[in-house]
Design a protein around this ligand. Structure first.
Ligand code: PGA
Length: 240
């Protein structure tokens, strides 16, 4: 059997408590053989999701603190995320980098704390502006080289290629360009012996482009942002 294709639903701040409860009533429609589903709600929704999520669907957080404990008002630590059932956590999302000032140093610390707490980091990288694939590769190499990932050769990681300019706007890059970048990322991981690392794509994934994306042989999965808050769309994307 082929390895399961991964679908990460990044709900951002788009799914309310009431909608999350509605999700729990339709979640069985997302369960398919050979497909891995990871749902990433806001922090307060994590415990209720942990209690009621189908066994085949996994839970992820959208962020975590780069601190473990102390006077850091509003922060949530990786140990607590593990305790409420998170198996995954998104880090370094472009919205966190640009809107909340998250730096490569903070992302490096977050990755270390997640690994320490048995949570698989979903590390987001991607260029700010539409560029040539060669420019993108140079940019990604710079981003990745700062994150100390080669300390985690024995650990599971997910690297998410998310071009900032493609997020939220229905602007999918050319499939050939995505293919080139995903293959480059797979080679980067092989060169750095990151043998347990999976590569996913995120940015304007929807019902209209998922079939083309799944044809990229080297792609392990996708992150679905806006479309994942519309549960019928999410069901359609996962079933295609
Ligand atoms: P989008 O977001 O699907 O709305 O483009 C993807 C993401 O930001 O993870």
């Amino acid at each position: 059997m082929n390895k399961p294709f991964i679908y990460i639903a990044n709900w951002k701040l788009n799914v309310s408590y009431a909608q999350a409860q509605e999700f729990l009533t339709i979640q069985d429609n997302l369960v398919h053989t050979n497909k891995q589903i990871i749902v990433c709600p806001t922090f307060p929704l994590l415990p209720i999701m942990q209690q009621q999520l189908a066994e085949q669907i996994q839970l992820g957080a959208q962020n975590c603190s780069n601190f473990t404990k102390g006077s850091y008002t509003g922060e949530v630590d990786a140990q607590t995320l593990n305790a409420v059932g998170c198996a995954y956590c998104i880090v370094g999302h472009s919205e966190r980098r640009t809107l909340f000032g998250e730096t490569d140093e903070m992302i490096t610390q977050k990755v270390a704390l997640l690994i320490k707490n048995n949570i698989t980091p979903i590390v987001c990288v991607g260029e700010q502006h539409k560029s040539t694939t060669v420019q993108t590769q140079e940019y990604l190499a710079q981003q990745l080289n700062k994150l100390n990932l080669d300390s985690y050769k024995q650990n599971s990681l997910i690297i998410a290629y998310e071009p900032s300019w493609a997020i939220g706007g229905g602007k999918l890059p050319d499939i050939t360009d995505i293919t080139t970048i995903i293959e480059w990322l797979q080679n980067y991981c092989a060169d750095n012996q990151l043998i347990h690392t999976k590569i996913v794509y995120g940015g304007s994934v929807d019902e209209g482009n998922i079939v083309a994306l799944k044809q990229i042989a080297s792609l392990d999965g996708v992150i679905i942002g806006s479309a994942s808050a519309d549960f019928q769309k999410l069901i359609n994307i996962v079933s295609l």
